[in-house]
Write a protein that binds this ligand. Structure first.
Ligand code: ADP
Ligand code: MG
Length: 885
């Protein structure tokens, strides 16, 4: 236990799995946590001495499985192994921690999601000269080698950081130990980390020291300065990146003695958030890009079917690598025209060449996760079958290249160049590794015959000896006359002869008794012993040689990880582009065109997800046009009945922009688009009830973010904003928001609203236009036409929709009556407030704001405050108040 405590002390944050014979045991708190998590029995040790120690264990040979479950549940695990064989003479076996596995550093297929990255992030809160500086963020996916860093500064740094972290969904976040230098919430994590998920790991302060991290980075990348990675002027980002590497060396790299263990992480990229189409997290959620808004099974999806998200609707990739890249592209669409056009050209070409495209996709589906294989090879944890998987995957590359050889678009040409057949790697694996190797390197048969002369010789020896023993069985049977005599082998007793009870009297003198069973006895004799030793010696050597050769091959391949990673990246991109092409061909999507004008034109646009759901139900999706510009059509106000299709129309505009900037064709007959820098999507609070935080405050916070950060190149989607409060409040806020968007923000805006009063803004503001979703009334019923037409809806049809929903007729009738009265009194009210409005002179709203208090304003304007005595001021105030009463 003293040895245990010493080891545990070095790994206080991890569950310590302590090898004792055939088990990994856990003690104390670790045992309690693991037994609960793994549903295994909790026992105790040392009970007789009064201080029972809780304990539980998992069998050594099944450990990987249990470890995977612990990691997925967010635990860190330290594996403490026996470093020497236990033998009777030895008192204490030397033990060491050979591996530390954490959620952020896992590379095991049992832990990872094939189509998602597994990020480990590190954060550096800047504190330069006592002032809060930029926040540095670095993250790495150890399983793929992707390594990036960025910085956040300015007033909304925290919000943007949180957005970024939420979209990364890091499994683990590294922070310096809490210090008093920066503010922390009661839980000990900085406020921006609330709700971003992932386990927090604290590292000593000195790990985040800039001299130390710079040294680590330079050492790791073998460079003299960090300029080449764009990190030179970004100290906080570099510090975070260095701390990450420090942690990786300390954990996953521990098991492997090779210095190249992290060789696949061969570069880091500094990026700026605004170098992509910015999608904040509220928008990612509202647009259902990656996950559905409401998790209950929605109509149109059955059990066992993927939830309808945009990712689901556009994902035609056939490999995990492609799936991961697509996910990144959805979250970070492009803003650079050249890149978008390059992708679109490639998609166009692949779309036209159906046969080549489908052949390419067929080959791609046979390529396994090269990125993750490369990583595991580098980390020294890849098993024999993983090398086989690499060989089989590489075998697809030549054909892929040949399909790309005659392509014309620049991107496909580049991919053709980047795809490396890696014939040398493939050939080496083919030569060295058997066609059907065992799962573990601890078993024999990994290395192919003919690869190593010494190994082959030993194998022959072992085999011959086995044949000799087989012959012995026959011989001894004859000699002793025991027909049932058998020579067997087991791990504990080695080779033995087994003689059943009734035959024991026939056993000759030279047999030595080894073991007694219920129905039989086991013997050996000198010659058998001699061959047994030969076989065991040879087999032991065989295992050792195979292990050495295998490690050599693996290390040799690791030396080619740069080429492997480049090829993997090309495969991933080809997969995404070919998937886009297939999508375009199958779903009749059109190539978007980007122009320099501010005009946004969508002809016959569709919603990529709803369209498919409609088809599944045998319904037709009604396409709609859209026109926006920066002068006459800057803001569209969309009215119409509930269920009329307003939200759908809004979202499809945003989705078409996102898809276009990803380099994907879009669900429309034609789309001419300006390049959009940010998309904001907000839904009125009451629509959000299911999220459980449907406060009006949240709604307003989200709107505030738009008004503060949208630019004229942004696209703003407002869906029933202002709903979370009383009608007049809501209307007034909506009104003011539209005015501000029109005059100050100038972002292209789509605003769906049930406030009919808002449609008056079309007359008052230059860039506002009304459209409505049309319905046809037939008798008391309404039919949704789902067509977007100019002008505002003449009424909101709330009562008709209520009728459709089955509200009892008497309630409907009463509602009609109440509505009529309300409309009447409202008419009277506005007539009273604005005499001009009655005969259709000034628009009512303007009258409202100008007529009432003109005299009050005039009085105020004329007041000479510099010469006003306090008493006069009070009198003036009383007078003004009297007037507005
Ligand atoms: P609103 O926001 O006006 O209440 P939604 O946009 O939520 O209406 O649309 C309600 C439903 O109508 C959608 O779930 C979809 O099934 C259907 N729908 C919407 N737009 C269309 C369309 N253009 N074509 C066919 N069905 C549509
Ligand atoms: Mg709606």
């Amino acid at each position: 236990m003293r040895q245990y405590h010493a080891v545990k002390q070095q790994h206080p944050q991890a569950l310590l799995l302590f090898r004792l014979g055939d088990f990994y045991e856990l003690f104390y708190e670790d045992a309690i946590a693991a037994s609960r998590e793994l549903q295994i029995t909790l026992t105790s040790r040392n009970r007789e001495r009064g201080q029972p120690i809780p304990m539980c264990g998992v069998p050594y040979h099944a450990a990987e499985n249990y470890i995977a479950r612990l990691i997925r549940a967010g635990y860190k695990v330290a594996l403490c192994d026996q470093m020497e064989e236990a033998s009777p003479g030895k008192k204490l076996v030397r033990r060491e921690v050979t591996r530390v596995i954490t959620p952020g550093t896992a590379t095991d297929a049992q832990v990872l999601e094939p189509r998602e990255n597994n990020f480990l992030a590190a954060l550096r809160w800047g504190t330069t000269g006592g002032e809060a500086g930029a926040i540095g963020l670095a993250y790495v996916d150890v399983s793929t080698g992707e390594f990036r860093a960025t910085e956040f500064s300015g007033p909304d740094a925290d919000t943007r950081l949180r957005d970024e972290l939420q979209s990364l969904r890091a499994r683990e976040i590294l922070l310096a130990r809490p210090s008093t230098l920066f503010s922390e919430t009661a839980t000990g994590t900085p406020g921006s980390l609330d709700g971003v998920g992932g386990v927090i790991t604290r590292l000593d302060d000195w790990v985040f020291d800039s001299d130390y991290t710079q040294r680590i980075l330079q050492e790791h990348f073998g460079v003299a300065a960090l300029d080449g990675f764009g990190l030179a002027d970004h100290e906080p980002a570099a510090v975070a990146a260095g701390a990450l590497l420090h942690y990786l060396r300390d954990t996953s790299a521990r098991s492997s003695t090779a210095p190249a263990a992290l060789g696949h992480i061969n570069r880091i990229r500094y990026y700026e958030q605004h170098n992509a189409l910015l999608l904040d997290n509220v928008s990612v959620r509202n647009l259902e890009l990656l996950a559905p808004l409401f998790t209950e099974t929605a109509e149109g999806t059955g059990p066992g079917r993927a939830a309808p998200t945009v990712l689901w609707a556009v994902d035609e990739t056939v490999s995990g690598m492609g799936g991961r890249l697509l996910r990144t592209w959805i979250q970070r669409p492009e803003i650079h025209r050249a890149e978008m056009e390059a992708r679109l050209d490639a998609v166009h070409e692949l779309k036209e060449h159906t046969v080549a495209r489908e052949e390419i996709r067929k080959e791609l589906s046979g390529v396994q996760d090269l990125e993750r294989l490369t990583s595991r090879i580098n980390l020294g944890v890849a098993a024999p079958r993983e090398l086989l998987a690499l060989r089989q995957s590489l075998a697809r590359i030549p054909l892929l290249r040949s399909f790309l050889a005659s392509t014309r678009s620049s991107r496909l040409r580049e991919l053709h160049e980047s795809l490396d057949e890696l014939a040398d790697v493939r050939e080496r694996i083919e030569r060295a590794i058997a066609d059907d190797p065992p799962a573990q390197i601890s078993e024999a048969g990994v290395i192919r015959r003919g690869y190593d002369a010494e190994l082959d010789e030993l194998r022959t020896l072992s085999q011959k000896s086995k044949q000799v023993i087989a012959a012995m069985e026959e011989r001894e049977r004859k000699r002793t006359g025991i027909a049932s005599l058998k020579i067997r082998f087991n791990q504990v007793f080695g080779y033995y002869l087994e003689v059943s009870k009734p035959n024991l009297h026939l056993v000759p003198n030279d047999f030595e008794r080894k073991q007694t069973l219920v129905n039989a006895e086991r013997f050996t004799f000198p010659e058998l012993k001699e061959y047994e030793r030969k076989i065991l010696d040879a087999d032991g050597q065989i295992l050792a040689i195979e292990r050495r050769l295998f490690s050599e091959v693996r290390a040799w391949i690791a030396g080619h990880s740069g080429r492997l990673r480049r090829t993997a990246a090309a495969v991933a991109q080809l997969d995404v582009l070919a998937g886009f092409a297939r999508l375009a061909a199958q779903r009749n999507y059109a190539r978007p065109q980007f122009g320099d004008s501010a005009e946004m034109v969508i002809v016959q646009g569709r919603h990529p997800v709803i369209e498919r759901l409609c088809e599944d139900r045998g319904e037709r999706f009604v396409p709609n046009d859209l026109y926006l510009n920066d002068s006459s059509h800057q803001i569209l106000l969309i009215t119409g009945p509930n269920m009329g299709g307003k939200s759908t129309y809004l979202r499809q505009a945003a989705l078409i922009v996102i898809m276009a900037q990803m380099g994907c064709f879009v669900p429309a007959a034609e789309a001419r688009l300006p390049i959009t820098d940010r998309i904001f999507t907000r839904i009125g609070a009451s629509d959000n009830l299911a999220r459980g935080r449907s406060t009006f405050l949240v709604e307003m916070t989200e709107v505030a973010a738009i008004l503060n950060s949208a630019t004229p190149s942004s696209l703003v989607i407002l869906d029933e904003v202002g709903r979370g409060t009383s009608t007049f409040d809501g209307l007034s806020i909506a009104w003011a928001v539209v005015e501000h968007l029109n005059r100050a923000t100038c972002a292209r805006t789509l605003f769906a609203t049930h406030y009919h009063e808002l449609t008056e803004l079309e007359q008052l503001l230059p860039g506002v236009k009304n459209v409505h979703v049309s319905v046809r009334e037939s008798g008391a019923d309404i039919v949704f036409l789902r067509r977007v037409e100019p002008g505002s809806a003449d009424k909101s049809y709330g009562i008709e929709v209520a009728r459709l929903a089955g509200i009892p007729p008497e309630v409907i009738e009463r509602a009609r009556e109440v509505l009529r009265r309300h409309e009447k009194s409202e008419h009277e009210l506005s007539a009273e407030l604005s005499p001009g409005a009655r005969d259709g002179g000034e628009p009512a709203q303007q009258a409202l704001f100008t007529a009432i208090d003109r005299t009050v304003l005039d009085t105020l304007r004329d007041a000479d405050l510099d010469n006003l005595k306090p008493l006069d001021a009070l009198n003036l105030l009383a007078e003004l108040k009297k007037q507005i009463k």
